[in-house]
Design a binder for this molecule. Structure first.
Ligand code: ADP
Ligand code: UDP
Length: 223
């Protein structure tokens, strides 16, 4: 079981990067959906098509878990295996650092980001918007659990992920329904959600996503 105590100090040991961007210079699109809905697959396509920078919160956590000397390695490992949400201070700092680094590498202060698999809990959503920047839109990939389960078990044959097994998948589904769907519903209420049926082929899901996202970015309140 993960430790019961939450992290008090805001990820003090994470390498600090001074933000180089102001909230008004960046466009952030959150990408949500259950485990295995196809978020990562679609983000990769959107990067190629629309020039977004793709940041997966799960990938950043796994990187931090494997970083030699990380204070959070074991904690992240335990949370991920149990399908629980890592305390937000860690994830938000990792995302902010990664955004800063991506802009620095491109030599610019303006950019468009797909933040994949985040926020998964209401407190993360509020904190990110307050500390980093507001989200412009939320892409929500809607997929039945049966389909996601099949995809994850298939992915588990080669992913090497400790959470792509039947027991962790069950826990992740539970966390998604109880903790992450309220985030989708909150943004739905704000009129920011683009809901896409994630069950067709990756190509067809992409066509729909690309079209809706392009329209919404041009006309946020609808054409
Ligand atoms: N539309 C789709 N149809 C069938 N398989 C898919 C589809 N989208 C993704 N997959 C596969 O399902 C698995 C989960 O997709 P992934 O993009 O990793 O999901 P997520 O990032 O939401 O966990 C991967 O093995 C991927 O190749
Ligand atoms: O903001 C986040 C994103 C991910 N995770 C953890 O990372 C795991 C894997 O998330 P990822 O998005 O990589 O994969 P998915 O579950 O969507 O396939 C989750 O179950 C959580 O334990 C987290 O704690 N906070």
């Amino acid at each position: 079981m993960p430790p019961a105590t939450e992290i008090a100090a805001p990820a003090a040991q994470l390498s600090q990067t001074t933000p180089v961007f102001s909230p008004s210079d960046v466009t952030v699109v959150f990408v949500l959906g259950g485990p295995g809905a196809g978020k990562g697959t679609q983000c990769a396509r959107l990067v190629a098509e629309q020039g977004f920078t793709h940041l997966s919160a799960g990938d950043l956590l796994r990187e931090e878990q494997n970083r030699p000397g990380s204070q959070f390695g074991q904690l992240i490992k335990d949370y991920i295996k149990d399908g629980l949400i890592v305390p937000m201070e860690v994830t938000i700092k990792l995302l902010e650092n990664a955004m800063t680094e991506a802009l620095r590498q491109k030599g610019t202060t303006k950019g468009r980001f797909l933040i994949d698999g985040f926020p998964r809990k209401m407190d993360q959503a509020h904190k990110f918007e307050e500390a980093v920047c507001p989200a412009k839109l939320v892409l929500f990939f809607d997929c039945p659990e049966k389909v996601m389960e099949e995809r994850l078990l298939e992915r588990g044959k080669t992913s090497g992920r400790t959470d792509d097994n039947a027991e962790s998948i069950r826990k992740r589904f539970r966390t998604f329904v109880e903790t992450s769907m309220p985030v989708v519903n909150f943004y739905e209420g704000e009129g920011k959600v683009i809901k896409v049926d994630a069950t067709p082929t990756p190509e067809d899901v992409f066509k729909t996503t690309n079209k809706l996202l392009t329209e919404k970015l041009a006309f946020p309140r609808g054409p």
